[in-house]
Design a protein around this ligand. Structure first.
Ligand code: THU
Length: 136
């Protein structure tokens, strides 16, 4: 179980990662931080392209960075969107990719620049994941 302090550290890492975003087109920074099973943290930011559809989200970049370091199980996720006041949740594609490496009860927190933060789980973000058993 992840405690409040760890979640705060994860959120701070997500916020830092957002500042690395490559966003000449949307000007919308996103940072994501994954807590790996071994206690390490992997981060990602969104990376856009002049062929707009090729933009890659922060969340999937964090997953790819972690897997490339040999980490395959994540126990928590934090997302930061400092260019929106309200919290912004992960897109549908990222929810699907995240469930590959997280159990449904894994905590997810997302926050914008305002005071509100959403605390949920990856299972709530992608309910009725019919292919969950295939990933085992
Ligand atoms: N974006 C993310 O990085 N994660 C999400 O979950 C939603 C959208 C990025 C993609 C694009 O670079 C920018 O935010 C605006 O859509």
């Amino acid at each position: 179980m992840i405690d409040k302090k760890q979640m705060e550290i994860l959120s701070a890492e997500a916020r830092k990662a957002a500042d690395m975003a490559y966003i000449p087109y949307s000007k919308f920074r996103v940072g994501a931080a994954l807590l790996c099973e071994d206690g390490s943290i992997a981060t990602g930011c969104n990376v856009e392209n002049r062929s707009y559809g090729l933009a890659i989200c922060a969340e999937r970049n964090a997953v790819v960075a972690a897997v490339a370091k040999g980490k395959r199980r994540f126990t928590a996720l934090a997302i930061s969107t400092p260019d929106s006041v309200e919290p912004v949740g992960p897109c549908g594609a990222c929810r699907q990719v995240l469930t590959e490496f997280m159990s449904p009860d894994s905590p997810v927190r997302f926050a914008g620049s305002g005071p509100k933060e959403v605390n949920t789980t990856i299972g709530e973000l992608l309910p009725w994941d019919s292919l969950y058993d295939l990933a085992k």
